[in-house]
Ligand binder design. Structure first.
Ligand SMILES: Cc1cc2nc3c(=O)[nH]c(=O)nc-3n(C[C@H](O)[C@H](O)[C@H](O)COP(=O)(O)OP(=O)(O)OC[C@H]3O[C@@H](n4cnc5c(N)ncnc54)[C@H](O)[C@@H]3O)c2cc1C
Length: 466
């Protein structure tokens, strides 16, 4: 079916206001935050902005009958080309469908449409002294639907886990237009072991199994207090060792972040007044809970980490905590400025390795950067081994582009070699599907079998995951 016919059918079905098909509009949907889509942007055939589950089901039935790919999209903050119509097709822009249907504080849960922005949800939940703990760096932009599809997390995953732990149930529209509910979408219970767990299967499925149209989320009580410790290390190996010491002392901080020397230098040259100490590594520990517990745990961290670090500073005072955290909060921005004509690119940015191999990983990434002559800034969530590498290049320079693609390929392979994974939180999408066999072997065949069971014609977000 040609583009004009697709547009006409969609308009007939949903009306002009829910359908976009002008080239200028489509261009907006040709990229996400990935470097891949900077290199190869891809316009969809049309875009639909659904406002009801029936809208989505109608589009799916039409696409199914006519073999047209359908690609769900939230805010497009993904870093893997996941929401891009690589082979044309209909993009479902779910970002404007942002209703919070019900905050059920008495049952510690909330029911939302997929387009609700993460930060906005937590703002509303805070009125009930509740929160939805996973906290991606893109919180102000990304949607709950995108977080479910990518099983997103962030710097507090070390204590609070990832999105999947909070999904009680889903409503999903499948490739043939069937509408299913999973887990506690009809039930409001917190525990539910009834039936095969399709909720867990859907979470992290990156839009290849269906379109998430409603989400029931479990919420937690907001902690009353927090504290921050900053530890400065002259020896990189002492940093992960100190993290292990903290765990062995019976403490599970709500965040443990690392900046290696490349990140410390980037922060200091971007904002000299922050003046981070020159060191091989800086660790930031965040502890949350009730005030006496926070104070107790902070003192243990100070004592235990102090045996390995050059200095440790602990604070529960709001102004000082903000100062201690500031270097970490601007690291991503600072990374982009380490090269005069450079941009930070999102590729190979999200590997995860065992804690015992973090120091080795950082050293090997530095060596790879030197090998290709590319500046790489390293930081990340050391508490769960999630290393963020920020390669900085001039994207208009073909030689640098070629080298950086080799570099990130090496980084992905290094992660698997070190008993880690190519992605700790950002997902696979189009950019990491080439590593599926390497990471999962024969299991990929069974993943494909699951995909076929939900999507016999392969129209749901093709070219992603595996
Ligand atoms: C500055 C920045 C910081 C970031 N920090 C983090 C971080 O700390 N942790 C982290 O995990 N990620 C992070 N990300 C990546 C990204 O923000 C998350 O993966 C986020 O969950 C994507 O949400 P989105 O709404 O933008 O989804 P999109 O990018 O629009 O889509 C992502 C994937 O989800 C699918 N999808 C979207 N909505 C639906 C739906 N309703 N049904 C089915 N499939 C759907 C898409 O097809 C695509 O495969 C960051 C990104 C940026 C730009």
């Amino acid at each position: 079916m040609d583009k004009a016919a697709v547009k006409n059918e969609l308009v007939k079905m949903l009306g002009h206001e829910k359908v976009l098909s002008e080239d200028l509009d489509l261009m907006y949907y040709s990229y996400d935050s990935s470097f891949l889509t900077k290199l190869e942007p891809a316009n969809p055939t049309a875009v639909v902005m659904p406002r009801s589950t029936e809208d989505v089901a109608q589009v799916m039935r039409f696409a199914f009958e006519n073999d047209i790919p359908v690609i769900p999209r939230g805010a497009g903050t993904g870093e893997t080309g996941g929401c891009i119509a690589l082979r044309g097709g209909i993009v479902l822009d779910l970002s404007t469908w942002d209703e919070i249907i019900e905050i059920d504080a008495s049952n510690m849960q909330v029911l939302v449409r997929p387009g609700v922005i993460h930060a906005k949800l937590n703002e509303e939940l805070a009125k009930f002294n509740l929160f939805f703990p996973p906290d991606p760096g893109s919180s102000q932009m990304c949607t709950i639907g995108g977080m479910v599809a990518n099983n997103a997390s962030g710097l507090r995953a070390v204590k609070y886990g990832t999105t999947e732990q909070y999904i009680l149930g889903l409503e999903v529209v499948l490739a043939n237009g069937d509408i299913i509910t999973t887990g506690g979408m009809k039930a409001k219970c917190i525990k539910n072991v009834s039936g095969l767990n399709l909720t867990k299967l859907m979470v992290g499925s990156e839009g290849v199994l269906g379109v998430v149209t409603r989400v029931r989320l479990r919420c937690w009580p907001k902690p009353r207090a927090r504290g921050i410790a900053m530890a400065v290390f002259d020896n990189l190996d002492e940093a992960p060792a100190a993290v292990l010491d903290v765990y062995q002392a019976g403490i599970l901080p709500s965040g443990i972040e690392i900046l290696d020397s490349s990140a410390i230098n980037a922060v200091n040259s971007f904002k000299p007044q922050i003046n981070l100490p020159q060191a091989e590594a800086i660790l930031l520990f965040e502890v949350d809970g009730n005030p006496p517990g926070v104070e107790f745990e902070g003192n243990i961290i100070k004592e235990v980490v102090g045996k390995r670090a050059r200095t440790v500073e602990w604070s529960t005072e709001a102004k000082r905590m903000a100062e201690l955290w500031e270097g970490r909060s601007i690291t991503a921005t600072a990374a982009a400025r380490v090269k005069a004509d450079g941009s930070r690119i999102f590729a190979g940015e999200d590997i995860s390795v065992p804690l015992s191999k973090v120091a080795d990983t950082l050293r090997q990434i530095r060596a790879l950067g030197d090998k290709y002559g590319i500046k790489v800034v390293n930081y990340g969530h050391i508490g769960d081994g999630n290393v963020h590498t920020a390669p900085v290049i001039n994207p208009e320079n073909p030689d640098e582009v070629e080298k950086v693609l080799q570099l990130v390929d090496d980084i992905h392979r290094l992660a698997v070699e070190l008993e880690g994974t190519t992605t700790g939180e950002h997902g696979v999408g189009a950019v990491r599907r080439q590593y599926a066999e390497l990471e999962h072997g024969l299991a990929v065949k069974y993943m494909q079998g699951v995909k076929d069971a939900f999507d016999a014609k392969g129209i749901m977000n093709p070219g992603k995951l595996f």
